[in-house]
Design a protein around this ligand. Structure first.
Ligand SMILES: NC(=O)c1ccc[n+]([C@@H]2O[C@H](COP(=O)([O-])OP(=O)(O)OC[C@H]3O[C@@H](n4cnc5c(N)ncnc54)[C@H](OP(=O)(O)O)[C@@H]3O)[C@@H](O)[C@H]2O)c1
Length: 222
């Protein structure tokens, strides 16, 4: 494996070592979400119609919540659609950041859609925004995409909005680049620390690839 890429397993080990050095998962999530917000802000022309963050229940969704907060701080009109219920969010860090965006009632609209019918009711959100942040799955994706995530991927792909994927286009295998059932077709993918091998094997779904540093100390490298 080239030193320019990192497997999900190696990434988890590096994150653990980073946390042991005092740069916690919460800090890494903050830096990741902030990098996504910066990439979004660089695409100024797409921002006038607002940004929709589509978030899953893992840490990839957590990165999306942080990005939403930073965008709101810059005056961008942001909506966050969570593909499930707040209480179903898996990690502590993502749950903290969900709680923050939920409390930002004046600057961020949040919606919980835990089945595909609830999502279809909100289809207009995918059509009216100028930019979609895909924060459904990153390195944690496994097997065929289940509902309501599969419908969310269709709604993203059918939208005319500019699409930015967080870490990986949701549904793309991080190691092989294989798409088992469906995946987001991104215009731009912002990945963290180093490229995941799958990103270099399926450029059709990845779009432009940006690699963002998230403050992992070099001493945490394997
Ligand atoms: N930890 C850190 O320090 C750190 C730092 C920077 C960025 N990140 C971000 O965290 C991401 C990894 O987070 P994560 O490990 O929590 O994984 P994830 O990529 O957020 O995905 C995990 C979630 O997806 C669900 N899922 C997986 N495959 C599915 C499928 N086929 N259909 C439906 N649902 C599916 C899982 O549900 P089940 O468990 O029920 O299958 C789980 O809720 C990275 O890609 C990156 O964006 C993390």
């Amino acid at each position: 494996m080239s030193a320019k890429t990192i497997t999900p397993e190696q990434m988890r080990a590096v994150e653990e070592r980073s946390a042991a050095l005092g740069v916690s998962r919460l800090l890494l999530m903050e830096n990741a979400g902030c990098a996504v917000a910066k990439a979004v802000l660089d695409l100024g022309a797409h921002l006038t119609r607002g940004v929709l963050v589509v978030a899953g229940l893992g840490n990839n969704g957590g990165d999306g919540f942080v990005a939403a907060r930073h965008l709101a701080c810059e005056g961008v009109k942001v909506k966050v659609i969570l593909l499930g219920r707040g209480e179903d969010i898996k990690g502590v860090e993502a749950a903290v950041n969900w709680s923050v965006v939920r409390s930002m009632k004046r600057s961020i609209t949040t919606i919980e859609a835990d089945d595909r019918y609830a999502l279809q009711t909100n289809q207009h959100l995918f059509d009216e925004c100028g930019l979609i942040v895909d924060a459904i799955f990153g390195t944690g994706v496994k097997g065929e995409v289940r509902e309501p995530f599969a419908t969310a991927i269709d709604l993203i792909n059918n939208s005319k909005a500019y699409k930015i994927s967080v870490d990986l286009p949701s549904g793309l295998d991080p190691l092989t680049g294989e798409v088992k059932s469906k995946a987001v077709k991104a215009d731009l993918t912002i990945t963290f620390h180093k490229a995941k091998p799958g990103l270099l094997k399926n450029k059709e779904f990845v779009g432009r690839l940006v690699i963002a540093s998230i403050g992992i100390p070099p001493e945490a490298e394997l």
